[in-house]
Design a protein around this ligand. Structure first.
Ligand code: TXA
Ligand code: MG
Length: 333
């Protein structure tokens, strides 16, 4: 795997030339690192599924560097879409729109919609411009594992499976984009992210549906996803201090990811504090999980943040990454 650096002269062009040749390059976006392929090259897109060991049928997000390129993917672009584009692009908002006929099933997985976003990262935008077309880019992790938010995460987990990584620094958002499904009569959030539901409802002046109609669930919404390899348990903040000594009493080293309740130093092998506001917390969450996963631990214990709306996207990711104490017994950890 070639390791390229966005700051080095010629390296972004090198990455673009690899994409042009049908190769896979991991690139930074503001959310997480994406595994990019030329969206017009079916052979290149197929390589994504092999590299991630992702089942065919899980659709991919198209990334643009120019909003006008929406017309390549969608027939009629309603006014509401342009309002969202103007306010939120480039940025961590993916729009799921009815696809034009002829859009590759490799990209949409046979779904009626196509997911599109314009990333807010100068390197990602530059590489798309240099390619002269659009890219598809899922998160650059093996299927089911935690998304990477730095080039070193990609190197550790994808070396030997992809052609190159273009280091564009650490991701500033840290969790995957919000997906707003606009394929039905009423919009719905298909994946929560930094841009929240109530903000979008307020902006558009309408209420969203709570769920997509049956049969249109997003495939990425499988229960266990974004998982560390180390057994990981989430504990509500109110019970954290009471439960932690019991867990650390079990055999093996314990790592703790906390935000409000500092763990007692003695019994803890590793501890990482995350921010006490959702944006700071999100930026560090996957870094903390990757670090813990490398630390040769018997278990990772996460102090769960409040269950209020601003924390929804984080709860969504934590709910997939860990077993929450309500549903498991302490002795299992
Ligand atoms: O922030 C992000 O969106 C990152 C960065 C790299 O841009 N990308 C990302 O891609 O998270 P991925 O493939 O890991 O997750 C995309 C999600 C999946 O859950 C997928 O099922 C859903 O978007 N999706 C993509 N296209 C879709 C479609 N046509 N219909 C329904 N769901 C779709
Ligand atoms: Mg992913």
């Amino acid at each position: 795997m070639i390791e390229l650096e966005a700051g080095k002269p010629g390296d972004i062009e090198h990455a673009a030339s690899l994409l042009r040749a049908g190769r896979l390059v991991a690139i930074a976006t503001e959310t997480v690192y994406g595994l990019a392929a030329d969206a017009s090259n079916p052979a290149a897109i197929k390589k994504i599924f092999a590299a991630k060991q992702r089942p065919i049928g899980h659709p991919l997000i198209v990334h643009l560097s120019d909003p006008e390129r929406i017309h390549q993917w969608v027939d009629r672009v309603p006014d509401l879409v342009w309002r969202l584009v103007e306010a939120y692009w480039p940025g961590p908002l993916t729009l799921l729109l009815p696809k034009k006929s002829g859009v590759s099933e490799l990209i949409t997985g046979g779904h009626p919609g196509v997911a599109i976003r314009m990333p807010a990262h100068s390197v990602a935008l530059e590489i798309i411009r240099l390619l002269g077309g659009d890219i598809v880019a899922p998160s650059a992790n093996p299927y089911g594992r935690i998304s990477p938010t730095s080039a070193s995460h990609v190197i550790r987990e994808m070396a030997g499976r992809i052609d190159a990584v273009l280091d564009g620094g650490d991701c500033t958002v840290g969790i995957e984009s919000t997906i707003l499904d606009l394929t039905g009569d009423v919009p719905t959030i298909a994946r929560p992210g930094q841009i929240g539901r109530s903000e979008l409802e307020l902006f558009l002046g309408m209420s969203f549906a709570d769920h997509a109609p049956a049969g249109r669930a997003v495939p990425g919404n499988v229960k266990h996803h974004y998982q560390p390899v180390t057994p990981t348990i989430g504990v509500q903040s109110e019970h954290f201090s009471e439960v932690l000594p019991e867990l650390t009493g079990n055999a093996g080293r314990t790592g703790v990811i906390w935000w409000r309740s500092p763990p007692p130093g003695s019994a803890i092998a590793e501890s990482i504090r995350l921010g006490d506001n959702p944006d700071d917390y999100a930026r560090m969450l996957y870094i903390a999980m990757h670090t813990m996963d490398q630390a040769d631990l018997a278990r990772i214990v996460i102090e769960l943040p409040p269950k209020t709306e601003p924390w929804l996207a984080i709860h969504d990711r934590l709910g997939r990454a860990c077993n929450v104490l309500d549903t498991v017994t302490r002795s299992d950890y």
